[in-house]
Design a protein around this ligand. Structure first.
Ligand code: GLC
Ligand code: CA
Length: 484
């Protein structure tokens, strides 16, 4: 069995994790300092959102040098120490590979224009109707070149041309550079955007909903601006350079488009569950769509309920459901990803007074709350984003409190290796999500505000609320794991 098959991966957003030099921004030394927390939570691996030099238009996802560490976060030597310390604690290290685009400040943009996707305008406007993920056209005019370049995200993030073999080779070199430093894998960013229609044809009007929230409200079918032909060859090149490193793909497409990605990547994120409403039928359906992807010859999805791009799970589904959501996530088969702070039930915050992220994602990126004090133990300086509610919620206060989300998360992660393979959805009351993990355990989640019958006879091993099961019924908003 591979180490990642049922792994729990802890996502660190370095900027908001732990500051050590008082500049108010988290850094690699901070990640090192807090590895003990990640180990105590029980994670098998840590994924670091981008740590590379970046002008910061997309806070690290606009990379100007793929093979260095942004001085804001530290140095390569500091990174090497982090990898060594993590490995000593049996924690694997994943980096964020961003192969789809570079910053327009990357030297390639001026020196190697052929690395990018250029086109002539149409009727004085952009070459086609493709939209940027953050709104507006996916094209910007470059006066120097006298033509337009493609950017699937911010204008500061120019899309690389993966039909150019030199681009493929250059990114392969990047992969080998980090592999040689001893990392264990990559989360691969925006990989569904790697290939687009080579003829750059318009996206047609949408006949059916896209299936996931998208910019533009889903009026276009998004069939030409992403998921284009040739993806298999491109992914094979990434795999060839990565060897047996773990590769988790951010494929922002409905599940039925994932199989071609899973031929080369080890897993892809199940965004349908992420974006499902807190309703039993929708949750059951999203889980089943993910499970159906996993066949004996093909890998399955990675489960995730929060990241740095969308409202946190406790905000989205409601703080009263944070515990049940943790049970749901951490009992699913296959790799699971936990976003820093999720283990505390952290909520979104107000963001910055003057927005830092133009796409409105500051709210999901407030610092991890370590201690019950105004700066949350995150920094001695002025935090780049204020902690949200450190007096109510922190690692220090939740540690040892059996009713806390933190201790629940630890218990759930500790139980994961004992859950038998496979997931069978059980027929139950409409408001419950209940499934069997092999013959070992039954998981029951109550999505409603009513007491509902538990489809398991045995005493729960894990229960999210004391007295949560009475006369064979599960309390409102509660979840239970019972021996089968
Ligand atoms: C991914 C990242 C997101 C970033 C985008 C462009 O979706 O998760 O934060 O803005 O790719 O790199
Ligand atoms: Ca710092």
């Amino acid at each position: 069995m591979t180490w990642w098959a049922d792994a729990t991966v802890y996502q660190v957003y370095p900027r908001s994790f732990q500051d050590t030099n008082g500049d108010g921004v988290g850094d690699l030394a901070g990640v090192r300092r807090r590895l003990g927390h990640i180990a105590r939570v029980g994670a098998d691996a840590v994924w670091l959102s981008p740590i590379y030099p970046s002008p910061g238009a997309d806070l690290g996802y606009d990379i100007s040098d793929y093979t260095a560490v942004d001085p804001l976060f530290g140095t390569l030597e500091e990174f090497d120490r982090l990898v060594d310390d993590a490995h000593a604690l049996n924690i694997r290290v994943l980096l964020d590979l961003v192969p789809c685009h570079t910053s327009t400040a990357h030297p390639w943009f001026k020196e190697r224009p052929g690395f990018y996707i250029w086109a002539e305008g149409r009727d004085g406007g952009p070459p086609n109707n493709w939209l940027s993920a953050f709104g507006g056209p996916a094209w910007s005019y470059d006066p120097g070149q006298g033509r337009w370049y493609l950017h699937s995200f911010y204008p500061e993030q120019a899309d690389l041309d993966w039909r150019n073999p030199e681009v493929v080779a250059a990114v392969q070199d990047v992969i080998r550079f980090w592999a040689a430093r001893g990392i264990d894998g990559f989360r691969v960013d925006a990989i569904d955007r790697l290939m687009k229609d080579p003829q750059l044809r318009d996206d047609p009007p949408a006949a059916v909903p896209f299936g996931l929230p998208v910019e533009g409200g889903g009026t276009l079918a998004l069939t030409n601006s992403r998921n284009g032909p040739g993806i298999g060859k491109a992914l094979a090149a990434i795999r060839a350079a990565a060897g047996d490193l773990f590769l988790a793909g951010e494929v922002y497409l409905p599940a039925d488009a994932h199989p071609s990605f899973l031929e080369h990547l080890d897993t892809t994120f199940a965004f349908e569950l992420f974006h499902a409403p807190w309703e039993a039928a929708a949750l059951r359906q999203a889980i089943e769509r993910g499970i159906e992807l996993a066949t004996p010859t093909r890998r399955g999805p990675a489960w995730v309920l929060s990241n740095h791009d969308f409202p946190r799970v406790a905000t989205r589904w409601g703080a009263q459901h944070a515990r049940a959501a943790a049970v749901l996530l951490l009992t699913l088969p296959g790799p699971v990803f936990v976003y820093q702070g999720e283990e505390l039930g952290q909520l979104d915050g107000p963001g910055a007074e003057r927005p830092i992220d133009r796409a409105g994602r500051d709210a999901h990126r407030h610092p991890v709350q370590w201690d019950p004090e105004p700066r949350a133990g995150f920094t001695d300086g002025i935090p780049w984003l204020e902690p949200v509610d450190p007096l109510e919620r922190s690692v220090a206060v939740q540690t040892g409190d059996p009713l806390s989300v933190l201790e629940l998360t630890r218990a759930l992660i500790a139980l994961r290796p004992h859950l038998e393979p496979g997931l069978l959805m059980l027929e139950t009351e409409p408001g419950l999500v209940a499934f069997a993990r092999g013959e070992s355990h039954v998981v029951v989640v109550n999505t409603t505000a009513a007491w509902l019958p538990v489809p398991a006879a045995a005493e729960p091993l894990i229960l999210t609320a004391p007295g949560g099961v009475r006369d064979g019924r599960l309390a409102p908003n509660a979840a239970a794991i019972c021996p089968a």
